[in-house]
Design a protein around this ligand. Sequence first.
Ligand SMILES: [Zn+2]
Length: 200
Amino acid sequence: MDKYPESFERLIEVLKSFPGVGRRSAERMAFAMLKWTPEKTAEAGRTISELHSNVASCADCGNLCEKGNLCAICSDTHRDRSVLCVVEDIPQIHSIEKCRTYRGLYHVLHGKIIPLDGKDIGGETLDKLRRRIGSGEVKELVMALSMDVEGQATAIYLSDLFKDSGVRITRIARGLPAGSDISFADPATISAAMSGRTQM
Ligand SMILES: [Zn+2]
């Protein structure tokens, strides 16, 4: 038998689907939501239901954007369009942006190209990267992938793939914790790793 009314249990189930949220946290969140005004819950509901119609993936880099537009970084005319920083996922863009030292553009892989479990996520994101490099605008490709085996294998795979493209291929300096994804590093460490990047 459910502990709470069915509608409340449904809310708990929804909240439990967030990463790292267990039953107890979901219950606490649900009780906090009960204290919201009807206007606030309606607004939250609208924001969630319109998520997929409003938020999309940037056609150039794969970052988040408002549907129908490029992301804020790709549409910023002050960015250096000759440098592309390759990251595994969107949160890493935000970690690098917090340092305020990198002024180029990004390319999101949405995973690793060569995960150890044998799945290859290459496909569309890799085709997009090929097209961007083929446009002739890109002069440097910076690998900012995680320091684990898969991240480094992906960096080597990509550098191999584009070695005859005429583009300089670099990777962020070591010094980030081994095995970690760069979004766990502090801004100063990321900044140092970015400015100390080395040729692959
Ligand atoms: Zn973009």
